[in-house]
Design a protein around this ligand. Structure first.
Ligand SMILES: C[S@@+](CC[C@H](N)C(=O)[O-])C[C@H]1O[C@@H](n2cnc3c(N)ncnc32)[C@H](O)[C@@H]1O
Length: 200
């Protein structure tokens, strides 16, 4: 049975309110926290690339995990308006078709690449899933280019007909690939996370 609208709203309010209390601009932070608790992806001193970083929750959380000896680079179409910590930098740009200037600014030598990129949605499931797949493919291309051997890649995808082929493509480049649905992700949402560990 589907949860009632009132119940879904209470659930939304709970995470939104918690994010506000903990000074994160979006509740999406709880998804990365669950991923981190389960897979221990980000370590002190790591260099992390955060694709689709606005409004900045993953960026803030990652920068705490890496500490002052680490570095977090964020990229988004939208500017980030929260205070960016000293060990982080944000570039406004398009990760779907990054130009040479953006690729040069990003550089390489990363331990972790994250992508929480989400397309503007139409409400038409197959179109939204295809757009999400395009962003995931772009994120994978970037990850393959910038990750150190042994590095990790986390990518959010809206499940659609391309999901299996995308997962198989990720498997080419990484030792281990897991699929993870955080509890803080709406059950009704088609989003799921691919956790790829050990870039070959
Ligand atoms: C769900 S939000 C990310 C939330 C973020 N992880 C956080 O915790 O604050 C998805 C983001 O993907 C970005 N995005 C969508 N398409 C993009 C593209 N082609 N290049 C860069 N960012 C993109 C959007 O602008 C949006 O800010």
């Amino acid at each position: 049975m589907k949860p009632s609208k009132a119940r879904r709203n209470r659930w939304d309010d709970h995470y939104t309110e918690r994010a506000r209390r903990e000074k994160y601009p979006a509740r999406s932070v709880f998804k990365l926290q669950e991923i981190q608790r389960k897979f221990h992806i980000i370590k002190k001193g790591h260099h992390v690339l955060d694709c689709g970083c606005a409004p900045g929750s993953w960026l803030l959380y990652s920068s705490q995990l890496t500490g002052p000896g680490g570095k977090v680079v964020g990229v988004d179409l939208q500017p980030v308006t929260v205070h960016v910590p000293n060990n982080a930098v944000v570039y406004t740009g398009d990760a779907l078709s990054p130009d040479e200037a953006l690729l040069t600014a990003i550089g390489d030598g990363y331990h972790v690449v994250l992508s929480d990129m989400a397309p503007s949605t139409t409400g038409q499931k197959s179109t939204d899933a295809a757009r999400s797949h395009a962003l995931c493919s772009a994120a994978l291309n970037i990850a393959v280019r910038v990750l150190l051997p042994g590095g990790s890649f986390v990518s959010k995808i809206l499940q659609g007909e391309d999901f299996q082929s995308y997962r198989d493509e990720v498997r080419i480049y990484f030792d281990k690939v897991k699929i993870f649905k955080p509890k803080s992700s709406r059950k009704a949402s088609k989003e799921i996370f691919i956790i790829a560990i050990g870039k070959v």
